[in-house]
Every structure is written in C-alpha cells, then in structure tokens.
Design a protein around this ligand. Sequence first.
Ligand code: NAP
Ligand code: MG
Length: 494
Amino acid sequence: MTLSYTEFQSIAAKLSPNGQAFIDGAFCDADDGDKFETINPATGQVLTSVAHCKSADVDRAVVAARRVFNDGTWSRTEPEYRKEILLKVASLVREHANELAVLESLDTGKTITDCLHEIGTEVPNFFQWYAELTDKTFGKIAPTGPSALALIIKEPAGIAGAVLPWNFPLVMAAWKIAPALAAGCSAVIKPAEQTPLTTIRLAELMQEAGVPAGVINILPGYGHTAGQAIGLHNDIDTVSFTGSTEVGRMFLRYAGDSNLKGVGLEMGGKSPFIVLDDAVINDNLIEHAAMSAFWNGGQNCSANMRQLIAAPLIEEFTARVSERVKKFRLGDPLDTATDIGSMITKNHKEMVMNYIQSGQDEGAQLIMGGHSNLPGCFIEPTIFQNVTPDMKIAREEIFGPVLGIMPIQSVDDALAIACDTDYGLHATIFSRDIDRVIHMARSLPCGTVSVNGFSEGDIKTPFGGYKQSGSLARDNGTEALAQYTQTKTIWINN
Ligand code: NAP
Ligand code: MG
C-alpha cells in the first residue's frame, strides 16, 4: 500500500545519503578529495556533498574492472550464479523501494508517485528480466555441411562504461547495468551530476546481493571530468550513453580518439502525436495526449511535444486537452497528490522559460501556463496553439512542459511535418483506419511507433532512436545484450 505524505516526509527526514564513489568494492572519496553538492531542486536544499571523480578515479575503477573481468569471477561464471545474484539485486531494490523512491524524489524533484512506480516496479523488473536471460541465451551453429562445425558464440564485451542522464536516474542505471552484468561485463558508471544518490545507494544493495568487488563501479562526477575520462579510456571496451545529441556526438569522437570502443547512443527527440481525422476525441485519447507531453514535467526524451491534429478535430481537441491539463497539480514532489514536480535545476528552468518566450515572439498563441508562481524550479504545464513547423518551439527539444499543437490536412501532410526533424525517437498515431495506421507506422523514421495510445513499450521491446536520436544500439529487450557482447566464430574442420 502506498504510504502517506507524512510517512514519506518522515522517511526523508531520516535519510543520510551516501555521496561517496564506489570503486573496487569499497566506498571512497575522489582521489584528489574534490566534492560537489547535490541539491533538491524543489526546495534548493543541499542534500549532501558528493565525490567528484576525475580521470585518476576512472583509471582506478577500470583497473579493478579489468582485473575481475580477466580473473573470470563474474565474466566466466556459470550463468545461474549471475542470475541468482541479479535476482537478489531485484529483490533488495523492491525491499528498499520506499526509501529509494524518496531519495530519488529529493535528488530530482520528480513526483514520489513516478519514483515509486519506477523504483518499486520498473527497476527491479529490469534486474529480474536480465537475470532470467543469463541462462536462456543461446549461440548459433552455422549450416556448414559435413566438413566443418561452425559455432557462433557470444562473449561478454569486457568493461562497459555508461554515462547517464538526470531525468530517470535509477531506471537509466538499471537499463545499462542489468544487461551489462547479465552478459558478464564489468561496469564503470557515471550518474548525472544532478542525480547521483540513488545510483550510489544501488551500489550498496548490489554489494549486499553479492556482486563481486570490481564488477560494478559508480563514479559520480561531471561530464567534462568523469564522463570524458570514460569516453576516452583505452581499456573500456564499450560505452552506453543516454543524454543529449550534442554530448552523444562527443562519445563518437572520444571513441575515434582512443581505442575505437563500441558506442551505444540514446539521445533526444521531438516526437509527434498524430491524430487523424477518423479518430474519436474521447477521454482515453485526451489522457494519452496529456500524459505523453507532461509526464515527468516534459523532461522525457520521448515526450510527444508536437501534437499534429486533423484540422476538423483541432478545436475540440485543444479545448479538451487544455481542460485536462489544467487539472495537473504542481507542488511538493513528496506529496502523492502532486502530478508534476520540479524542473531539474534553475538553469534548466531558465532554458525552458526562454523557449516559452521564443514561442510568443515567433507568433504562436499561448493558451495556458507559461509561468509559475511557486518558488523553486517549477513551471506550469504550457500549451501553444497555431504553432508552425518552422518555429523554434516546433523544431528544438525543449525538455520541459511545453506542448505545441499544429493542424494537419491529410495523412501526407502529417507525415511531411512529422518527418521534418533531425530526431527519430518516437511517434504516436491515433486512427481507426488500419490501412492508414500501417502506412504511417512503416513510413515514420523512428524507433518506436505507438498506436492508439502513448507508450514507450516495455522491458521486452527494444528502445532507441533513428536519425540523430540514436545509434543502431538499442536499450531493453534481448537487443540490449548486443551492446555488451562480442560475437565470435569458432570454425572447426572435421
Ligand atoms: P547531457 O548533458 O547530454 O548529459 C548526459 C550525461 O552526459 C550526463 O551524465 C553528463 O554529465 C554527461 N556529459 C555531459 N557533457 C559531457 C562530456 N563533455 N563528455 C562526457 N560526458 C558528458 O544531457 P542531460 O542534460 O543529462 O539530459 C537531457 C538530454 O538527454 C535530453 O536531450 C534528452 O532527450 C536526452 N535523453 C535521452 C534519452 C533516451 O533514451 N534517448 C533518455 C533520457 C534523456 P553531467 O551530469 O555533468 O552533465
Ligand atoms: Mg539533485
């Protein structure tokens, strides 16, 4: 049963977050003793100071990760052994879900409701699902004929680096760590500077579950310090990155300037939510429209922030979606009645406010939101209508609660506008006409197309982007294992 506001406040009051790095099975300060603060953006309160890891710390973590990889105490064990330990991680996360969710909410300004769902359900499910895969993933035998036997086997890639964003801190950590460890890799993880605390706490739980020293290393730090050191390290075999397209580009450069490590990129988006003229504007469609845009305060890479609505339906759609969005409650993220929490930082809030100003300057019509009377980093959900495809708010990823509604005249018009972007992460289509749905779903260059509902899929379905939203790598599903495995052919002549 969900706890009350008072009970969550009491958990918060008792927390004493650990801000140390976790290297080679031990918590430690950064090599040079440097620290930075992590704050609660909803209140401005400093939560704790955190080890600021730099290249010396990354070097030390990689030496430990390589040692344990080479000695085989994780990488070459029975799969059932890795499975058992990862299942234990899942159950420890479940057991500590309330505490972890409060810590996540304080460190990010995300609502406790979202944090509980992510940490009580999604994160442990990830560990469980990849744990279960360890002893159910088979290699192949090629059809060579009688003169040879050709085995195609998968081996762990080695040391996996991961550099994470702040919007879903522990979910993103689980997306990378669970498949990496299931595959037999050792991992070196940098959480986002704004949100290191739950990933550090996860390291404690992983140690308690029996993950051997050196297999998992958590290095809080900044992008240009710990992040860059991971990207440029000559003994990290593969790196998985989630964040902005700008930084994703850097990881490709880092690989080129170092050991040509594998690079998996999951980046931004400007995803369309398309309502064709045969759709019915009902409560279900309106709920999906509102949630697709404003879930996590719009700080979501797959947020559907361009809503392309058939011209005959646009008036009704706009009125009903605004009415629904007005009911979203902004406020204390620890209150279960709150729907939208804080933006991640003051700077981020400023950036979003600048986009809102640019929408007004370029002639879009602000129909709700656009400001906030609350102190801290809050912004009311904001809706613009009469948005045109050339406007900055229609082209650039805002990563905040700013929705733009645009009319479409036909399927071709919808496709032309939807595809006119450098991104390709996600799209939603509402239509009752199966022929149009299939045509659009096949035509849209994006990693996930969801039909008659907004969804990113689930753990079983691969997630990633076309165009500048991603590399060919995918998170989730069995596809995620490709980021953490090498393929070897063993050709045996008879
Ligand atoms: P970001 O600035 O790209 O940061 C992502 C991570 O990269 C952080 O850990 C960051 O460290 C690190 N980083 C920054 N500069 C770096 C550098 N020069 N070298 C190496 N690492 C560096 O993005 P963000 O602000 O965390 O997140 C927002 C963006 O991420 C949005 O564009 C969003 O669409 C995208 N995103 C995509 C997905 C997806 O699955 N496709 C999911 C979530 C978010 P610091 O913490 O120090 O900045
Ligand atoms: Mg914080």
